[in-house]
Write a protein that binds this ligand. Sequence first.
Ligand code: DO4
Ligand code: MG
Length: 292
Amino acid sequence: RIICFQSCEGLEQMAAVTDSGEIYLLQQKSFLELMKEAENKNVTCLSLVHQTIKDSLPMEVKLEDLTLRLPLRSDEVWASGVTYLRSREARNLESKSTGESCYDKVYEAERPELFMKSTFHRTVGPETPVYIRTDSNWQIPEPELGLVLNRNGDIVGYTIGNDMSSRDIEGENPLYLPQAKIWKHSCSIGPSIRLAETVEDPYNLVISCRIYRNGTKVFEDYANTSQLKRKYNELISYLLRDNVVFDGTVLLTGTCIVPNEDFTLADGDVVEIEIPCIGVLRNPVQIQSRMN
Ligand code: DO4
Ligand code: MG
């Protein structure tokens, strides 16, 4: 796993975390730099990291003592829609659809739903507040597996994404989707990037989500990426069509976890999304203030 953490001097540094929990400082200043160096040397990111592990000693620190930061500066985060049955069902409910809906159609269609979710300045990392909108009364986190891509569309790693969403705005009219999905701090990514070669089966990852209110767990659910309707390369191939994709682009793969209709996020909640081989992405929830 590759992480970015804040050093005692306040600088951001990169490190590799092994499965046994040892942490090795990386000399590269960012994940994009690691990708670039691997490309220039015609090797994988994993072999560069292995070289560092071979040539150095682990840091004398535990992962839980580090302040983790956004592990990747992505110019763009894209997202996939209605790739799980649960998402289709929840969206049919919120839009009060009768008969065949746009969600039913897109679930079955050959072309997947892909949309621009976020840009670097709207995206936050672990422990940084995600914002809820002031003009919505029904908002939820969407826990999703994120594919970290290079500019050719190869999967270089996996991360966790929170596709914060407004159900009443999307439910009122699907054409409001950009407003239901994109605002300041409406996307969080992290806490690490799991290098692709180290994931045995990306179609068998358990995703869990917990939401805490005043210290009490008010929501918990689980899903598995085996429930995904589409293949990752199918989603990527549509993203690449007639498009320009940048090194470090993240493609979220859709949600399979949606809280019941009576649930909406509130200021002060804490959202945790976990995929065991990647970590726990934890973000406090804050009402979007007009002052910041
Ligand atoms: O169709 C709208 C968005 C769907 C989505 O974000 C998801 O299924 O995760
Ligand atoms: Mg989503």
